[in-house]
Design a protein around this ligand. Structure first.
Ligand SMILES: [Zn+2]
Length: 384
């Protein structure tokens, strides 16, 4: 599966391997029979609304409302904030790193920026000792996690799952379909990278790509299949884990003590457990409707579907006033991502993934619940 960089993850060349399953799902073989069930029931599913005439498809939210006049500058500022916040925690992180270095006999910490060099030293000190390298990296990760979580607590994931489950239950889908989707969400859990390393990584090929990601601004959804399926004794079929990297929390420290705005990100990641990779036929009508309404198709609709479920559950978290500011912070991570929406080729081929503008205006901006909280009433163009 090709990397899909315009998701919530930050992908670097070194992370290409990890990126193959980051923030996305592979085709879930275990889901095929369930999906066939869904297909067989499709005729009884609620009809997808017909696309509105073009003149009526204008979004209730403009891209600039959420990402500002210069979205690239916004993401640059976010990255600077993440780096500065990490730098400020270095004195707190250093003694913990020193203890790990001593325990494992790793090269002495450098002066100045020691974090990345210490993490990388594990790969060349223990290139063939998977248990030892896992142990050292997990302990380094724990030191970073403790320092970051001390300043920016993790949002309540139970609330995130409950909101998504409530949204699935209130949908027009058939009861057995709802039950299947709810089950997938219930089997999704949130973990930190130290837990991911200890519990789910079984090879160096999986471990090394994690090193440059430990302080990156990202979260991943990794499914049962992504994590080795039946070969991994820690997993149950249909289970997924959301890995929240400390960098995403560092980026959320805005200096004014405001809480993290990760509801949307975590809803989106959780919704990957029920996206079109798992249930392609369930969403075929919705994808077709969007294609007709906006004239754009995607090679993979996972990101659109994850956004659809996330924004439809988001009103449970939105403040009754200051909604646009809340949404701006919620979307900050993807602002400026281009996708291929402007490409001439879009007319004859399918884009890999949606741009931030598409995601803001055509998914977020068309959600009736979000519009209601903001005090507007745009009609949904397409729905599930
Ligand atoms: Zn995604």
């Amino acid at each position: 599966m090709a990397p899909r960089p315009l998701t919530f993850i930050t992908i670097t060349a070194a992370a290409a391997l990890a990126a193959s399953y980051a923030c996305a799902s592979s085709l879930d073989k275990a889901a095929l029979s369930a999906d066939e069930l869904l297909l067989s029931r499709k005729s009884a599913s609620p009809a997808t609304p017909a696309p509105a005439p073009a003149a009526e498809t204008a979004s209730g939210i403009a891209y600039a409302d959420i990402c500002g006049a210069d979205p690239a500058a916004l993401s640059e500022a976010r990255d600077k904030r993440r780096s500065a916040n990490l730098k400020a925690l270095e004195p707190e992180i250093r003694p913990g790193f020193q203890a790990v270095v001593k325990k494992y006999g790793l090269p002495d910490l450098q002066s100045g920026d020691f974090i990345n060099s210490a993490l990388n030293s594990v790969s060349y000190t223990f290139p063939y000792q998977i248990e030892k390298s896992k142990g050292a990296l997990a302990e380094f990760a724990e030191v970073i996690e403790a320092a970051v979580l001390n300043k920016m607590p993790m949002p309540d994931y139970g609330r995130i799952k409950a909101a998504l489950i409530a949204r699935i239950k209130s949908s027009g889908l058939e009861i057995p379909v709802k039950a299947e989707l709810v089950n997938r969400v219930e089997l999704t859990s949130l973990i930190l990278p130290s837990q991911y390393i200890r519990k789910y990584i079984t090879s160096s090929e999986e471990l090394w790509p994690v090193i440059p990601q430990l302080v990156a601004d990202q979260a991943w959804n990794a499914s049962y299949e992504d994590l080795g399926g039946a070969g991994n004794p820690e997993l149950r079929p249909n289970q997924s884990v959301i890995i929240v990297y400390p960098g995403i929390l560092l980026a959320e420290m805005r200096g004014d003590g405001a809480p993290a705005r990760l509801d949307f990100v975590l809803l989106h990641e959780t919704a990957h457990s029920i996206d079109s990779g798992r249930f392609p036929s369930l969403y075929a009508g919705y994808a077709g409707c969007l294609k007709s309404a906006y004239g754009q198709s995607f090679k993979n609709w996972d990101e659109v579907l994850a956004d659809y479920w996330a924004v439809s559950a988001l009103p449970a978290f939105m403040p009754r006033s200051g909604g646009l500011d809340y949404l701006g912070k919620s979307y900050e991570l993807i602002c400026g991502t281009e996708g291929e929406a402007g490409s001439l080729l879009v007319a004859i081929t399918s884009a890999d993934h949606p741009s931030a503008k598409y995601r803001v205006e055509n998914i977020l901006g068309r959600d009736p619940g979000v519009a209601k909280v903001l005090g507007g009433q745009p009609a949904a163009v397409c729905g599930i």
